[in-house]
Design a protein around this ligand. Structure first.
Ligand code: TSX
Ligand code: MN
Length: 595
């Protein structure tokens, strides 16, 4: 071990893990630039990292083709009873799961270095931040954690001798026998992959995968699954939400937190630049919001992350110019294609495809190839501070005051461009029934409706019925200081299959209406589904959408909504007696309004 660890719990845990996993060496990280450079050099020397000539200090990694995404079927919320995990989570009893995983962890770091990574989720020392320590045998995890979290020796100082931290144990599950040659992306087969959470003891155990949310345990595992369970117990919120600041021409600021399921362009919205003259938009975060009620009774949000771990395919100067400018240097790319000029490439990036490239599997690729060049879940890992429109207050320890919650989904029909909830309970109803049609990018048949309440289905660390109740109780505490709730759908299509709304920068028109609603300046019309902008309420100046298309975008078809009720009922039934009565009441009132 390279340093002496003063925190007693941490020191004991490191020794215990080392005894179980039997690594060749132990290295405690300090988060320095020098450490990052050394780790990268080691990854370059072993041929695992590929330097990119076109982007300073940027590297491409290729994962094993079997290890390309989060493994939801192997993800567990291990509470004493199955009911505490609820119907949306896989469950194995803690004793049984720990026994299985201890057998896997036995000797699993043989031939490797065990890295101890102390990190802070949120600005170091912020009252809303939490400290975690990840133990991992993957140097790829170390460099990604450097970007995505605040890895620092200051975290160890802050911990002192008795401070608390969230232990996150990770192994790729590929011990090296003496003389055995290592592969470029060692990992375990799918049946040995486990992403386990023990919310009762704030503990994370991950085994067998080196990819993304399976391995960078500060993100989905700590900041969402474990944090959501802590938030429930402690009276705050850990949400799968982007955070942005809108400033109107008079200089008034509005802070928005928005939850969307995958394939809705959350990162694009987080960095969106308004088309409405005089309005300014800045990014606070693109994925996770931790929110606490402040001394003034309002809800304050921080982004617990330090970087963006974004989907590369589809990202371009057209869809997200601010992300493209974030990616110019100091970036880790995973499973993108490599061009002959030494740059990365992916489907949907600007310009013509290269005549030749190396695809994400390391094979030759040309535009005639039947396979994609970049994997659909190829990623960039980039420092948030590099985003040209990062909000100057993004690291403010007390966070930013949230005025507006947005829920949404991807629907080709039925759901209008925007709806405002009548009140908090109605807003919780909209969040709890959020749904997206599946696209080619996510698994399952294309066009199926998938409910993803609050975009938290894969990320809620306890019974989702109780989570809905927690939302209700937060509303009670916030009272008239609660954020206003809205539901959006950028993806409604015309009968001939064309997107009705231009989206992207023009979404600022919808956000402007929301801000003006908060300010009491914009009108709205009562409909059975909620409040909608009526003629003239939405700023459509300079927009070339036809009046007919605008009408179609804001149409409420009561019959089509009535046809959705059985699916909502089914969805609610899955939560059994954990479904809050206040949501049952919302459904009854909705039914009644539809007539
Ligand atoms: O991210 C998207 N947003 C949010 C942007 C701030 N996307 C991409 C989704 C995949 C991740 C969108 N796609 C959006 C959107 O608002 N809207 C659409 C649908 C659409 C696609 C292309 C066009 C228009 C709408 N193009 C033209 O009309 C030229
Ligand atoms: Mn996410």
């Amino acid at each position: 071990m390279n340093i002496e660890v003063k925190n007693k719990m941490l020191d004991a845990w490191i020794r215990e893990v080392a005894e179980m996993c039997t690594p060749d060496e132990i290295y405690v990280c300090n988060g320095s630039r020098k450490e990052y450079d050394q780790m990268i050099q080691q990854l370059l020397d072993s041929g695992i990292a590929i330097p990119l000539k076109k982007r300073p200090n940027s590297y491409l990694f290729r994962s094993d083709p079997s290890d390309v995404a989060r493994v939801e079927d192997n993800t567990y919320i291990s509470t004493p009873s199955r009911t505490e995990a609820g119907p949306t989570n896989n469950w194995i009893a803690p004793d049984k799961l720990k026994k299985t995983m201890k057998d896997l962890y036995e000797g699993c770091m043989k031939g490797r270095t065990m890295y101890v990574i102390p990190f802070s989720m949120g600005p170091i020392g912020s009252p809303i931040s939490k400290i975690g320590v990840e133990i991992s045998d993957s140097p790829y995890v170390v460099v990604n954690m450097h970007i995505m979290t605040r890895v620092s020796d200051r975290v160890l100082e802050l911990l002192g001798t008795n401070g608390e931290f969230i232990p996150c144990l990770h192994s790729i599950g590929a011990p090296l026998e003496e003389g055995q040659e290592d592969s470029k992306w060692p990992c375990a087969p799918i049946e040995k992959k486990y992403i386990s959470h023990f919310p009762e003891e704030n503990l994370i155990w991950s085994y067998g995968s080196g990819y993304g949310g399976n391995a960078l345990l500060g993100k989905k595992c700590l900041a969402l699954r474990i944090a959501s369970a802590m938030a429930k117990r402690e009276g705050w919120m850990a949400e799968h939400m982007l955070i942005l600041r809108l400033t109107n021409p008079e200089g008034k600021q509005f802070h928005i937190a928005a939850a969307f399921p995958s394939a809705c362009g959350k990162t694009n919205l987080a960095m969106m630049q308004p088309s409405v003259p005089g309005w300014k938009c800045e990014c606070v975060g693109d994925d996770i919001a931790w929110m606490k009620i402040g001394p003034d009774g309002r809800l304050y949000a921080i982004n617990p992350e330090n970087g963006f771990f974004g989907v590369a395919p589809g990202t371009s100067y057209d869809t997200n110019p601010m992300a493209m400018d974030t990616l110019k240097e100091n970036v880790i790319f995973t499973n993108c294609a490599l061009t002959d000029e030494g740059d990365v490439w992916w489907e949907g990036i600007d310009g013509d495809p290269p005549k030749h490239a190396i695809d994400w599997k390391g094979n030759d690729w040309t535009p005639d190839s039947t396979d994609v060049a970049a994997h659909a879940n190829a990623r960039f890992t980039a420092p948030a501070a590099q985003c040209p429109v990062i909000c100057e207050d993004w690291e403010k320890p007390e966070g930013v005051p949230i005025d507006i919650f947005i829920f949404g989904g991807r629907r080709s029909s039925v759901v209008p461009l925007v709806t405002e909830a009548y009140n908090w309970d109605h807003g919780v109803f909209l969040g709890s029934t959020a749904a997206s049609e599946t696209t080619a990018a996510n698994i399952g048949a294309v066009g199926n409706l998938r409910r993803d309440p609050f975009a938290m289905k894969p990320f809620c660390g306890y019974n989702m019925g109780d989570y809905f109740q927690h939302w209700m109780e937060m509303g009670d505490k916030l009272g008239d200081k609660a954020p206003r709730c809205f539901y959006v759908n950028w993806f409604r299509k015309s009968e001939d299959g064309k997107f009705l709304w231009p989206g992207f920068s023009d979404n600022s028109r919808v956000l402007k209406w929301m801000c003006e609603r908060v300010d009491g300046k914009a009108g709205a019309e009562e409909t059975p589904i909620g409040l909608l902008p009526k003629d003239g309420d939405l700023d459509t100046q300079g927009l070339d959408t036809s009046a007919d298309d605008l009408k179609e975008l804001l149409k409420v078809d009561a019959e089509a909504w009535k046809a959705e009720i059985p699916d909502i009922e089914n969805h609610f039934t899955t939560f059994g007696d954990r479904l809050p009565d206040r949501l049952k009441k919302q459904l009854e009132e909705f039914r009644h309004r539809l007539g």
